[in-house]
Ligand binder design. Structure first.
Ligand SMILES: Nc1ncnc2c1ncn2[C@@H]1O[C@H](COP(=O)(O)OP(=O)(O)O)[C@@H](O)[C@H]1O
Ligand SMILES: [Mg+2]
Length: 225
C-alpha cells in the first residue's frame, strides 16, 4: 500500500515549551478511511490544519501527495491544497454573494485550463449533489440554507476536484443521523476509488464507520481499534 500522507516527528505548540502535538508519527494509505477522536482541545483541528498545509509552523516532517510541505513555496502549497486535498472544515464557510453552485465550482476556477473539463465537472457536481440530496439547492443563495444543508454543500465543494485526500473536521456535527450516515457512505465510495479519508469526530457511531480509529490525547496519537 502506498502512503499519501506521511508525518514524522511532528511537534507543535502555540506557547513556548507547551506542546499540543508531541513527536507524532502518522500516515494515511491510499484507499483508506480513518477517524481521529479525542476530547475537545486536544489538538485535532491543529493536526488537521497542519496536514492540510493551512498552518506551516511546526517541527518535524509532513509529506502530502509526495511533497514535503516545508519545501513548498506558497504557490505550490495553494496548488496542492486545491487539487490534492478536499477540506470539510468544522464551520461550513460559503461565500455569500455567490450561489450554492458557484460556491461548489469555486475550486475548479483555479485549475490549469488543460486540467479543466467543464462537462465532466458539471456532471460530477450533479452526481455528488444528488447523492447528498442538495441538487435542488444549487441556484440558491447560501444565506437561505440550514446548517446541515451548508455542511453538505461544503462536502460537495471539497470533492469537486477529485482530491487524493479528504480532511474532514467534524463533518457530521450539524447533521441529523440520516445525513451524517449519507456523508460517511459517500466518503466510503470515495475511499473505494483509492482516496484517503481522515475524519475528526467526537461521535463514536461515526468513528465506528471508519476502518481505522485513532485517538489524540496528551499530544500523542494512538490506534484504538
Ligand atoms: N491559534 C491559536 N493560538 C493559541 N492557541 C491555540 C490556537 N489554536 C488552537 N489553540 C489551542 O490549542 C489547543 C488545541 O486546539 P484544537 O486543535 O482546536 O483542539 P480540538 O480540535 O481537538 O478541539 C487548545 O488548547 C487551543 O486553545
Ligand atoms: Mg476542533
Amino acid at each position: 500500500m502506498s502512503k499519501v500522507v506521511n508525518v514524522k516527528h511532528l511537534s507543535k505548540g502555540f506557547e513556548k515549551n507547551k506542546f499540543i502535538l508531541k513527536d507524532i508519527d502518522f500516515s494515511l494509505e491510499k484507499g483508506s478511511m480513518t477517524a481521529l477522536i479525542g476530547a475537545s482541545g486536544e489538538g485535532k483541528t491543529t493536526f488537521l490544519n497542519l496536514i492540510g498545509s493551512l498552518d506551516n509552523s511546526y517541527s518535524g516532517q509532513i509529506i502530502v501527495a509526495g511533497q514535503d510541505l516545508s519545501l513548498c513555496n506558497d504557490k505550490k502549497l495553494s496548488h496542492l491544497r486545491n487539487t490534492k486535498i478536499g477540506f470539510v472544515l468544522q464551520e461550513p464557510i460559503l461565500i455569500q454573494r455567490l450561489s450554492v453552485e458557484q460556491n461548489i465550482l469555486l475550486p475548479t476556477v483555479y485549475l490549469p485550463s488543460k486540467a479543466k473539463n467543464k462537462t465532466k465537472i458539471i456532471s460530477r457536481m450533479h452526481k455528488l449533489a444528488q447523492y447528498l440530496d442538495i441538487d435542488s439547492l444549487l441556484p440558491r443563495d447560501p444565506n437561505t440554507l440550514s446548517g446541515g444543508q451548508k455542511q453538505r454543500v461544503v462536502a460537495v465543494r471539497a470533492l469537486i476536484n477529485d482530491p487524493e485526500i479528504v480532511l474532514a473536521d467534524e463533518p457530521t456535527g450539524s447533521l441529523d443521523e440520516k445525513n451524517a450516515k449519507t456523508i460517511i457512505r459517500l466518503f466510503k465510495k470515495i475511499k473505494d476509488e483509492g482516496k484517503a479519508i481522515l475524519t475528526v469526530t467526537h461521535d463514536k457511531e461515526v468513528a465506528a464507520l471508519h476502518e481505522n480509529i485513532f485517538r489524540l490525547s496528551n499530544g500523542k496519537i494512538t490506534k484504538v481499534n
